[in-house]
Write a protein that binds this ligand. Structure first.
Ligand code: C2G
Length: 134
């Protein structure tokens, strides 16, 4: 059977079940899952803060998961087309907080958006921990 590569992108900071479900669903669309892990600098640009876990640790955590076959550092949102082409991906899968944002890549791969897992986010986890510490 020929290989079908799926690619996804994200920060995956303070890994939680929403991330894990997204990765499992993405992996199920093919036979190989490649994950572009957003760099610390890219996160700072996008969200105005550095991730809790530095990029080397986030790469190591993602690479250790059974659903993930390969990881690389995503350094710029503008390079998405090049990353997709380099990986040989047939499918780009993202959570629906990005709905429509990557449709321009549909000339090189299928673009799929999954419903986000409700009521969980890294930001909410950080706020809960900070609140509990008071
Ligand atoms: N996710 C989800 N359910 C949640 C939280 C996150 O399905 N409750 C999904 C997001 O939709 C995303 C993936 O998990 O597809 C990673 O989430 P983030 O780390 O928040 O990704 P983000 O910082 O949005 O980075 O180039 C695109 C960016 O790198 C995406």
């Amino acid at each position: 059977m020929s290989e079908r590569t799926v690619i996804t992108f994200g920060t995956f900071d303070v890994l939680h079940v929403g991330h894990v479900r997204l990765l499992a669903r993405a992996r199920a669309l093919g036979s190989r899952l490649v994950v572009g892990v957003s760099s610390d600098q890219l996160n700072l640009q996008k969200k105005g803060r550095l991730p809790v876990f530095p990029q080397e640790e986030r790469l190591e955590i993602l690479a250790s998961l059974g659903a993930v076959d390969e990881v690389f550092l995503e350094e710029s949102l503008e390079l998405k087309r090049a990353y997709v082409l380099n990986s040989g991906a047939a499918v780009l899968a993202m959570g629906d907080d990005w709905l429509g944002k990557f449709d321009e890549l549909s000339d090189v791969c299928d673009v799929v958006y999954f419903e986000r897992t409700p009521s969980i986010s890294t930001t909410a986890i950080i706020e809960q921990i900070l609140g509990d510490a008071d």
